[in-house]
Design a protein around this ligand. Structure first.
Ligand code: 13P
Ligand code: ZN
Length: 270
């Protein structure tokens, strides 16, 4: 057996949580990540028949049965992941009934998966239907996106169009736009169901007055997705109180669609 701390998925998870903390997106225990792992890869590092604990998840996700995930722990600080990955992270396998999770590694202080496990797993279910290569669900609290939900309309078309107009490459990076949930109680199955529903049509879902969810094929791509949306929100927060003199027009957006071979979400451009 190889040392799981040297696994590429582990190294990448540690780098990503460290980087997200450095960006100020994950104060205290803010944020959580789940990464879908390859069974064959996990078996290079762990005895997969050695189950340390079994948790009830409180929801049913039969389509994830037998799937392995590397997941941040509840109450754990992204800042600390690099110093004690085995305390702050866990490797889980969803059981055959789809209602429990077997712990195979990690949470060594007796901890548990993130309180947002329902939103993560339910989002994986929906994203895998749209994109079989989707492996990552990432949640964090980036300041400018959060700020924007206090001063901008939460209408999804309006919110998306504003972000697209703030940096030329936004429409290229997230042509599917940004879906938006109103304020809801976090850590519940209800917000999990609502987030997953929104994940059917976009890889970014804003949680108003809370943060954002991103989904993608790997950690780098998903980080980049949130990073791009957050950059756009930063520009918005810099200019929102000033008279708008210039913008990126819909005509110019269409040129970007052509140049980069992307299609903006239906009905979002004139
Ligand atoms: P956890 O510490 O349970 O992951 O919660 C952090 C968070 O951001 C809740 O939305
Ligand atoms: Zn949160």
């Amino acid at each position: 057996m190889k040392d799981v701390l040297t696994a590429p998925f582990m190294v990448e998870m540690i780098r990503t949580t460290t980087n997200m903390y450095a960006h100020g997106w994950d104060e205290r225990n803010g944020g959580n990540i789940s990464l879908l792992l390859d069974e064959a890869e996990v078996k290079e590092y762990l005895e997969t028949d050695r189950v340390l604990r079994t948790y009830e998840t409180g929801f049913s996700a039969p389509s994830l049965a037998g799937k392995y995930f590397l997941v941040t722990g509840t109450g754990k600080y992204f800042k600390n992941v690099q110093y004690a990955p085995d305390v702050n992270l866990g490797i889980l396998r969803i059981t055959e009934d789809g209602e429990h999770a077997d712990l195979l590694w990690g949470y060594t202080d007796g901890g548990k998966f993130t309180s947002e496990f329902p939103a993560h797993m339910m989002s994986h279910v929906e994203r895998l239907k749209v994109d079989p290569d989707n492996r990552v669900v990432m949640h964090c609290h980036p300041g400018n996106l959060l700020a924007m939900t206090y001063v901008h309309s939460l209408d999804e078309i309006a919110f998306t169009r504003t972000l697209w107009q703030m940096c030329t490459e936004c429409i290229v990076v997230f042509p599917d736009g940004v879906n938006v949930l109103p304020w809801m109680l976090c850590g519940t199955n209800e917000i999990g169901i609502a987030t997953a529903e929104k994940m059917r049509t976009a890889r970014l879902v804003v949680w108003s007055q809370h943060g954002i969810y991103g989904a993608g094929k790997d950690l780098d791509e998903t980080f980049g997705l949130i990073e791009t949306a957050e950059k756009a929100a930063e520009i918005y927060m810099k200019i929102a109180h000033l008279p708008l003199v210039n913008t990126i027009t819909d005509e110019q957006m269409h040129l970007l669609e052509e140049r980069f071979n992307v299609k903006a979400r239906e009905g979002y451009l004139n």
